[in-house]
Design a protein around this ligand. Structure first.
Ligand SMILES: Cc1ncc(COP(=O)(O)O)c(C=O)c1O
Length: 393
């Protein structure tokens, strides 16, 4: 719930999450499942609200990066299968995974044996069920996983370990958002080779998966039994050329309040380093949000914001907790007014994450994940959910 005393916040439209999941589901064959990738606090959107919305609209799996992220979802009462997409190795981690019924990624034979031994010890103490595991095959990302050429021996080994149950075999795409599909097709070819080799070895994994958002928007042939979109859930396209197939709605808006309005004379320098000087007399306002909240300092003097429906420039260097804007075109601007930094396209095509990423020479994923927890996440369009912060307390 938005309060008058919120200085700055992130607004999360859970109806947009649901819309995006439904749109993405339309691309899938009826038997293909959707794993909502909600790692990094759902890319900064608040993992509990987003997970609930995604599960309500057709996702059947959740993907996180770390064990604490999985625990947070379990503690919120979420019972859907949760896959840890990052690597886990220590005996403590393995115990926690089993306790919270999380499903790990196993990347290589050594890790599989460690899991098996730790679980064997635990099951001697109290009988545990087999642990569902997801086997990562490296087809070209060179990050996690056993190289595709050794995939069959790896899968065969895991199959022989009575404490583990193979829930899926998967790989991850390195360049699916490139227009040039050559590496994508090479990875696909290698994955197909693994599937064929497994077949010859008489191994039929229950699920195969390969796609992130870009892969799933590129080609249905890549979908296999399950897809793992992250970015697309949040309403963003991995690349402009992938905008064609579905209509996605951005989920996040970032807003903050004006804390002071004043007039300055022509020639006055503004903010640290005086990177902006007033060309004429002007009205400026201070807004209570800065780089410590996740507005990148590199955007200084390069973005616009919205106030009272008007698009106006940000001026001067963005500081840790405060940012200045030119309100000369908004004579009734006053303390307490809400300024939109990231907003919907109807407001302006410029107040969006893709624009910021372009200015900074980075990717939209990094901007989304940059919003800090001191900004409360306010869920909108979801009357049965209060703000994410209230839930997580
Ligand atoms: C293994 C894995 N699958 C899926 C995703 C989702 O990727 P995207 O946000 O590009 O859809 C990620 C994110 O980096 C990932 O690491």
């Amino acid at each position: 719930m938005l309060k008058q005393n919120h200085r700055a916040w992130v607004e999360i439209d859970l109806a947009a999450v649901k819309h995006n999941v439904r749109q993405l589901k339309q691309l899938l064959a009826p038997s293909t499942e959707l794993m909502a990738v909600v790692k990094a606090d759902a890319y900064g959107h608040g993992c509990i609200g987003v997970s609930q919305a995604a599960l309500e609209s057709g996702a059947t799996w959740l993907g996180v990066a770390t064990i604490p992220e999985g625990i947070q979802l379990r503690n919120a009462g979420i019972t859907a299968p949760i896959v840890i997409l990052g690597a886990t190795n220590s005996s403590d981690e393995i115990g926690t995974i089993a306790e919270y019924r999380l499903q790990p990624t196993i990347c290589n034979p050594k890790q599989a044996l460690v899991f098996h031994e730790v679980l064997l010890e635990k099951s001697a103490a109290k009988l545990l069920e087999k642990l569902p595991v997801h086997l990562s095959i490296d087809t070209g990302m060179s990050r996690l996983g056993t190289n595709w050429q050794s995939a069959v021996e790896f899968v065969r080994l895991v199959q022989s370990l009575p404490q583990l149950e193979i829930a899926s075999v998967y790989s991850h795409l390195a360049t699916a958002d490139d227009r040039d599909q050559s590496i994508l097709r090479l990875q696909q070819q290698r994955f197909e080779q693994v599937i064929a080799d497994l077949k010859v070895a008489g191994i039929d994994p229950p699920r195969l998966h390969l796609c992130n958002s870009a892969g799933m928007l590129t080609d249905r042939q890549l979908h296999y039994d399950l897809v793992r979109p992250g970015l697309a859930l949040y309403g963003l396209y991995p690349a402009p050329h992938l905008r064609t197939s579905v209509d996605l709605r951005p989920v996040m808006q970032v807003k903050a309040r004006i804390t002071q309005v004043k007039s300055i004379e022509a020639g006055t320098g503004v903010s640290y380093g005086h990177s902006f000087h007033a060309a004429q007399d002007m009205r400026i306002a201070t807004v209570a949000i800065g780089y410590a909240d996740g507005i990148p300092r590199g955007l200084s003097n390069q973005i616009s914001v919205a106030l009272h429906g008007k698009i106006i420039p940000q001026i001067g260097t963005i500081t840790m907790d405060q940012t200045l804007i030119d309100v000369s075109a908004v004579p009734d601007a006053e303390v307490g007014d809400v300024v939109t930094f990231l907003g919907h396209a109807e407001l302006s095509p410029d107040l969006n994450v893709d624009k910021w990423a372009e200015i900074l020479g980075t990717i939209s994923w990094e901007i989304l994940c940059g919003f800090k927890h001191r900004l409360p996440r306010i869920c909108i369009n979801q009357p049965d959910l209060v703000s994410y912060q209230a839930i997580s307390k």
